[in-house]
Design a protein. Structure first.
Length: 134
């Protein structure tokens, strides 16, 4: 009985994770994620790729080439912020975090290029496959 219950919980958890992603690209958008750096609260842009009742699934946008020494960020073909020409990168790891950590409003002055959105599709599919194997 215990193993059946455990398997049932695991299946429910997997299906929740897979359902968190948006089915349509047009639903994806940018929001700010509230973080603390050296005691100061800052808002960092994130590309929201899905949501459920309590959480957002997102990819961080940054100007850094890598996170640490070994984790290279993906170079975006075009800076998603309108009017900006500087190089911009996207984290490769999809982050699930509480909606409380994000701004209530969407960033309207950001737009992801279709080439970069194709890469996001690959990351989402990879995450779905990874979660469904467990």
């Amino acid at each position: 009985y215990f193993t059946i219950l455990t398997e049932k919980r695991q299946i429910n958890k997997e299906s929740e994770v897979i359902k968190i992603f948006y089915k349509d690209r047009k639903q994806r958008h940018f929001r700010g994620k509230k973080t603390r750096v050296n005691g100061k609260r800052i808002i960092h842009p994130h590309y929201i790729v899905g949501e459920d009742k309590d959480n957002f699934a997102s990819l961080g946008i940054t100007h850094d080439e890598s996170k640490g020494k070994k984790h290279k960020n993906y170079l975006l073909s075009k800076n998603p912020e309108y009017g900006q020409s500087s190089k911009s990168y996207m984290r490769k790891e999809i982050e699930n975090s509480s909606k409380r950590n994000y701004t209530l409003y969407k960033f309207t002055n950001y737009k992801m290029s279709s080439k970069d959105d194709d890469y996001v599709d690959k990351l989402v599919e990879k995450k779905k496959k990874y979660k469904s194997k467990k």
